[in-house]
Ligand binder design. Sequence first.
Ligand SMILES: C[S@@+](CC[C@H](N)C(=O)[O-])C[C@H]1O[C@@H](n2cnc3c(N)ncnc32)[C@H](O)[C@@H]1O
Length: 450
Amino acid sequence: MKGHVPTPDALVDEMVARLFADSPPSNRDRLLDPGCGGGAFIAGVLRWCQARGIQTPQITGVELNPALANKARKRFADFASVQIVHANYLFSAAGRPFTFIIGNPPYVSLVNLGDKKQRDRYRARFATARGRFDLYILFFERALEDLADDGRLVFITPEKFLYVSTAEQLRRLLMSDAEVHAIDLVPEDTFANFTTYPAITTLHKGQSADPQTTVRLRCGARRIISLPTEGQSWWPRLMEEVPESESARLGDVCVRISAGIATGADEVYVQDINAIPAQLRVFAKPAIAGRDLALDAPLPAPRRAILIPYSENGDLLPSEKLGPLGSYLSGSSNAAALRRRSCIRRKPWYAFHDNYPTDILRPKIVFKDIAKRPYFWIDRTGGLIPLHSVYYIVPERDDQLDSLCEWLNGDQARRWMLANCQRAANGYLRLQSSVLRRMPVPASALRGGS
Ligand SMILES: C[S@@+](CC[C@H](N)C(=O)[O-])C[C@H]1O[C@@H](n2cnc3c(N)ncnc32)[C@H](O)[C@@H]1O
């Protein structure tokens, strides 16, 4: 079903409450749900009115998919005030203006929007059908046309229209025809299996001399701002982003941003932490692999350990000083595995594939270099060795760990990574250290002292 993503009831109720926050509906008002699907918002409006003993407005749901339109029709068959229209909302006949419009328009990007003829039809009809537009952008434009003067609209859509250049015309339109009362950035897991970064927009048709917008960020911060009027990205205003020229680069404020240890033979050097024989424990350090790190979960207790043939200052131990580790490494299958590595053409047979950095045992921030969503953890004691699938960042000062990690996990840093890092397969991001070094970091992320 093209663009069908049902809205959870709790979110529907929150949006309906916003729709009627300033003025409850009367039975003379008209309310529209464009792309109504099975009728989640219509049911929410009925719930809201019933709970308050208020007469329901005249409700129209428009749905393109015949099966969903039928489902909604059956669901509301007993409600004379509800009418379900099976139509393409974007080209449907203009109804009378609606006092209220609420919905979750379809997210369908240009590439999935049928053939060239159909795309040209959208381009000819909608001023916002520019570049690689998405259907929800056109729903905004059409809904603004259908909204009565003074009418109120609440939509949940991807947040992208707040900043992508494709949505410049929409931003201009929203500022010229409406007052944007609120923008709420809601959690990215709102639509269970559908990863998007959703935003709820609440607006009012008409203009005021000094429009103010209440912004709620995912971290819980709330502020009141004035949005730019000329179609520029709204994002810097929303985030109060520090201009790049006023901020440091991550690479300038960290002593290291790199991949963890590459041994070239983890099957020899890395073992279950509880299985390290007593005589080798002196060479072992707790280690962490990418698969040990779970999104939003704390840094786990180490399950594995790495045997390190290097001294504290990073020098490879001479073979005669290896003692029991030398005996273990030179055992026949281990020695064979170590000698198969290409690095031994230029290094002793028991050296790691990459050099052993001494700052790896400092307090640091660790992260997976390939991630669906970037996420950063603190290794506060500095006792963990990141293996090759884990990257690490060592700030200049240990007391900057918390503020830097908090900032890296925040919206502004994530936005930068989404815009600047390469995509791997399946929508994963590749957080290369060379790219991260260029990331602008505001002074607040390096405040220290925590
Ligand atoms: C994101 S879903 C939301 C469904 C429902 N409003 C909800 O929140 O649960 C968008 C809906 O718009 C419908 N749709 C897609 N293109 C449409 C169009 N051009 N006109 C009307 N409905 C459309 C889809 O079939 C889908 O049911």
